[in-house]
Design a protein around this ligand. Sequence first.
Ligand SMILES: [Zn+2]
Length: 457
Amino acid sequence: MRGYFAAQALLPQGWAEDVRIEVGPEGNIVQVEPGAAPDELERLPGIVLPGMGDVHCHAFQRALAGLAERLGSDEASFWSWRQTMYAFLARLGPDDVAAIAAQLYMELLKGGYTAVGEFHYLHHAPDGTPYDDPATMALALHEAASEVGIGLTLLPALYMTGGFGDQSLDDAQRRFRLDPDQLFRLLERLDRVFRDDPARRLGFAPHSLRAVPPAALREAVLEAARRDVAGPIHIHLAEQVREVRECLEQTGRRPLERLMELAELGAQWCIVHGTHLDEDELERLAASGAVVGLCPTTEANLGDGVFPLAAFLDHGGRFAIGSDSNVATSVSEELRLLEYGQRLTLLRRCVGASRAEPHCGALLWRRALAGAALALGRPVGRIAPGFRADLVALEEREPSLVAKRGDQILDALVFAPAGGPVPDVMVGGVWRIRHGRHAAEARISEAYRATLRRLLA
Ligand SMILES: [Zn+2]
């Protein structure tokens, strides 16, 4: 058992001072005591928060960040970006993915995330042939997460069609092909590796309504319920206007309506983006208890649109945040853009706040913590007994944090300039970032640089 002392800590019941946090040998918090004496405890830098969960990530896309910002001959859109992404990933093998993911996961820790939901669809070799071990790519991601020490919920994606109406996959998409039989074989294989590891969780992801035929989606969800290998279920939904239009044309239903015909939604579901859901869909989504996974910097980068957060919160909806294409890797940046998108659209301030919880940054931060724990299917996001000792420790003397108390701290983290990476990050009771550095940083970054030089040569 190890004991830590924090001058200020964000607990489930609110901010507390002089907090003693006891961590057991398995990396779980076993006791939390406010108003304690520091005694022989290890003193944390000052302000301690639960680590944030990143609910939506495609790790390999980190290497593409900055490479898709040039206007080509056609109008630049999500769909033209997707072609650039396909061309880039044609060169990626499992070692490349492991090196890119390790660099990214380290950056996520420094950005305040301690767990990631990897929405994994890059299953096969570049020509579409499965690797000898079909879990090769999934295990590359697992190994990167292990090297860095971030919590991982791995969500292998079903991917069967190139568009609504059973369109065939194009050449680039053959690497993604996975049907329900293959999915459950892969989950069984991964379960043998993940089973006893408290930093791992398995779920699965029907990629989208356009990539998974209705019968397969229904079958996979029912089969997952019959087995105990599958946890959270994530799906991309209503990210693009064109996707909503095609869904309407092909099915006569809007995307959420259509999904709800195929599966019963609940708290284990994460609806990724949901940018173009209408008022009725927002209400139904909120009532289902599902979490919406918002990725504001990626949604901005891709020109997706702005999620109607104010209306969704009015309906009592749950949300979490994701780094998605990894054009940004910081909790603060995602929450800031989430709120600023609302302000710019609605022409008012503090849109995320409520009368009961008037601090805007604090409300967004707390809701994202709670939503991520659900969407990742792991006991994270709370400094409380039984939860993982995933802690982010901040310096009180950081210019934007100096003399702040309680919820002012979270407001400052979202809306004031960041002084640099999060200095100290613990995952499962183990320090992974100390004074802004990872112990394996030199090796991880050199492997990443070597990979990028080769890929871009
Ligand atoms: Zn995505």
